[in-house]
Design a protein around this ligand. Structure first.
Ligand SMILES: Cc1ncc(COP(=O)(O)O)c(C=O)c1O
Length: 418
């Protein structure tokens, strides 16, 4: 679990901005992770979709060590070969469209970059457009730009005045989207598959409406793929999986990423398509640590591993196996399984969970937190979303045996719930 020393140090010296589970980890390997007492867990949270190729992957270890021995950092005052090669991989292999990338350090920073891109795009075209439309229940990060863009009140409370120029509209409500877009709208920004909001996929009709509005108003359609990007949904891009089977040639104007891009090494990125590839000109934007030789080399190694080991395909295949198994569960506690690939949300029946004596005896205020606790106690790490969703975000190279083991743990916990 957690040693007294770690708990005391946290209490005394760390800003209490996180609600933490009482566990501290010392090391991991693949899909396994060990805590300070030596207890082993199956990790199906992976740092909230961050450690995309598992813990302590040998290729990541090698690249980090090799590159650290050559050059960790150099300023963007100079050219950085590793950064340019990573950008080439993103344009040629991931997005497969003409465009350019900018690198930063987190998802919030990537989204701030998109917001600046939208404003500059509107400014340069002298259209008077500067507003960004995002979705209710979305999550776009914790910076002032990120919380203004996020469609959840709880992240904004106490931080007024917020950055102006944002409107939120319900995901997949095409009429509402049409209504909210107007002469000041510079961009629409949404997640192809909402993560923090509870694993909610955008529909092809919503994409189509965004494309129609782009045509009508000349605005940008931007996607936040921070959580769902880079293969996790079963394709390189979350929007490709969300649009599978739909007869729609969707091409984004800009995309943001972070989380899984470098397998746990901190990095964020944006890609911008032809329409706005040169909008952020010299001096308009930047980041001291963005796209260092070390960060770029690690990210490229992670993305190459995803390609070489067909990990997006594994995500899609495991989704099918999980859905089949969960379909046979006979439980009153799980009412739905949402999601794409290995970005899954077990939707809990809050009423049924709330009536169990185990819940009543616990000090947890939501069904999702309570169940995540129960699963953790049983040796399976998962992640809550909202009050009623338990997320699975395992490593993309998780094996059949590990998935079967996690399914067994989950099913047993539900069976034992009284
Ligand atoms: C879709 C989405 N966008 C942005 C962010 C913010 O990323 P970061 O925490 O790296 O700033 C997150 C984090 O959960 C996210 O899920």
């Amino acid at each position: 679990m957690i040693s007294d020393e770690t708990a005391a140090l946290t209490e005394q010296f760390l800003v209490p901005n996180y609600g933490r589970f009482p566990i501290a980890f010392t090391h991991g390997k693949g899909s396994r992770i060990w805590d300070e007492s030596g207890r082993e867990y199956l990790d199906f949270g992976m740092g909230i979709a961050v450690c995309s190729i598992g813990h302590a992957h040998p290729k990541m270890q090698r690249v980090i060590s090799d590159q650290a021995g050559k050059l960790v950092h150099c300023s963007n005052l100079y050219h950085i070969r590793q950064q340019a090669e990573l950008a080439r991989f993103i344009s040629e292999t991931v997005v497969r469209l003409t465009g350019k990338s900018f690198f930063c350090n987190s998802g919030a920073e990537a989204n701030d970059s998109l917001i600046k891109l939208a404003r500059k795009f509107g400014h340069d075209a002298e259209t008077g457009r500067f507003e960004v439309v995002t979705c209710s229940n979305s999550f776009h990060g914790r910076t002032l730009g990120g919380i203004a863009a996020t469609g959840q009140e709880k992240v904004k409370t106490g931080f007024a005045p917020l950055l102006e120029g944002f409107h939120h509209t319900p995901l997949n409500d095409c009429d509402a989207l049409r209504e909210v877009v107007g002469p000041k709208t510079a961009a629409i920004l949404f997640e192809a598959l909402q993560g923090e909001g509870g694993i909610n996929p955008a529909t092809p009709e919503f994409f189509q409406t965004a494309m129609d509005l782009r045509e009508e108003h000349g605005l940008l359609v931007m996607l936040d793929e921070v959580q769902c990007g880079f293969g996790r949904t079963g394709d390189w891009n979350g929007y490709e999986t969300a649009l599978r089977g739909a007869d729609l040639d969707f091409q984004p104007d800009a995309i943001s990423w972070a989380k899984g891009i470098a397998g746990g090494f901190p990095m964020g990125a944006i890609w911008v398509g032809e329409r706005c590839a040169d909008t952020l000109g010299p001096g308009s934007h930047g980041s001291t640590f963005g796209g260092t030789p070390l960060g770029s080399a690690v990210a490229l190694a992670v993305l190459e591993t995803i390609e070489e080991e067909n990990l997006a395909e594994n995500c899609g295949r495991q989704n099918g196996r999980i859905r089949k198994a969960v379909g046979n569960w006979n439980t009153p506690f799980v009412s739905d399984l949402r999601g794409l690939g290995l970005m899954l949300g077990f939707v809990l029946d809050e009423n049924a969970v709330g009536k169990t004596s185990a819940f009543e005896e616990s000090d947890r205020e939501s069904a999702s937190l309570f169940l995540v606790d129960q699963l953790t106690d049983a040796g399976l790490l998962t992640v809550p979303a909202g009050t009623d969703v338990v997320r699975w975000l395992p490593a993309m190279n998780v094996t059949d045996a590990e998935v079967d083991e996690a399914l067994k743990i989950f099913e047993t916990v539900l069976k034992d719930l009284k």
